[in-house]
Design a protein around this ligand. Structure first.
Ligand code: CUA
Length: 345
């Protein structure tokens, strides 16, 4: 009687668990854009197909094994007054079968797995767009040698052309993660790692550092902005105008004050406003098009006047441990600097 109740209870638990899984699966991944389950590029699709294959095998095995188990529970249930069942001590045939079948399944899964490893590790062709990725505590630098353009925290890519990422770190180990286009790859200070992908759908996709890299690891986000080829070329052409001697015409008095503060407060020691010929090894992110970015401080804040002022006044209150010092600027000075910077689009 006791056994019967326990079996019944576990049956209901299994049923409830299955229903819960189905309910959770129904919450579509569209609402959670930082997902690997909604691939938007060829590299990500290879990994997703592999996951699908493995899950299908796993579901088949689960249904088969649990089906036999549930059948056995009900079919061979003991009744009151039954004699003691026949005792056995192992069955060689059965043991061989349940060793060989999983071995065959694993061998079958290994074929597409090994193929995917080779496909994703392959070197992209010569027509790929090379982009250098540098991880910093706690932001991302992106350099386009082909166009002599540098930017930060927002990686612009063309749809339909493979991009070849050549990646490194300026300090500790980070991991560049592009959930919907590719995978995660650790980046190191002393060697180059590579990854490639071809975006298939335009849009704005979030990504995130995938390796614990210090206190603000969680605020080391980036965005992939995939454009149609024409729009991408327009972006490149625009970025190529963001050079050193740029004068922004028709700006306010606040802008002029901000421009002076940019020099007198020493901002330019760590940040460059040059997208073209940008100096290497800068401590802070390149700000040539900061006004056009969606976020500030590597995804920490939405890019608004208010947030820019808050950030300049006291970055440590927002991102404790960040390398940017508190410059002791007044509210008014911060507003002027924000006006100056946000005009850089
Ligand atoms: Cu960089 Cu975590």
């Amino acid at each position: 009687m006791l056994l019967r109740t326990a079996a019944g209870r576990s049956f209901w638990w299994v049923t409830a668990l299955c229903l819960l899984t189905l309910a959770l699966a129904a919450c579509g991944s569209e609402q959670y854009p930082q997902t690997t389950l909604l691939p938007r590029g060829d590299f990500a699709r290879i990994a997703d197909d592999l996951l699908d294959t493995t899950v299908k095998w796993a579901v088949a095995v689960f249904v088969l094994v649990e089906g036999v188990l549930v059948y056995a529970i009900f079919r061979f249930r003991g009744k009151p007054g039954d004699p003691e069942p026949h005792q056995i001590h192992g069955n060689t045939t059965v043991e061989i079968i349940w060793t060989v079948i999983p071995a065959l399944i694993l061998a079958a899964i290994a074929v597409p797995t090994v193929r995917a490893i080779f496909q994703t590790s392959a070197t992209p062709g010569k027509d790929a767009l090379t982009i250098e990725v540098v991880g910093h505590q706690w932001w991302w630098e992106f350099r386009y040698p082909e166009y002599n353009v540098t930017t930060a925290n927002e990686l612009h890519v063309p749809v339909g052309r493979t991009v070849s990422l050549r990646m490194a770190s300026a300090d500790v180990i980070h991991s560049f993660w592009v959930p919907q286009f590719a995978a995660k790859r650790d980046v190191f200070a002393n060697r180059e790692t590579r990854m490639w992908f071809k975006a298939e759908v335009e849009g704005d996709y979030p990504g995130q550092c995938g390796e614990y890299c210090g206190i603000q690891h969680g605020r080391m986000a980036h965005r992939i902005r995939a454009h149609q080829p024409g729009q991408f070329q327009a972006w490149v052409a625009h970025m190529q105008t963001l050079g050193a001697q740029r004068k922004l015409a028709g700006q306010s008095a606040e802008y002029a004050t901000g421009e002076k503060l940019w020099t007198s407060k020493g901002c330019l020691a760590c940040h460059s406003l040059n997208a073209v010929d940008a100096p290497k090894g800068m401590v802070g992110p390149n700000l040539a098009n900061i006004g056009a970015r969606t976020h500030l401080a590597a995804g920490t804040l939405k890019n608004t006047d208010e947030n820019m002022v808050r950030w300049i006044r006291d970055p440590h209150a927002i991102k404790k441990g960040v390398l940017m010092p508190n410059l002791g600027v007044t509210e008014q000075e911060a507003r002027a600097l924000a006006a100056f910077l946000r005009a850089h689009r």
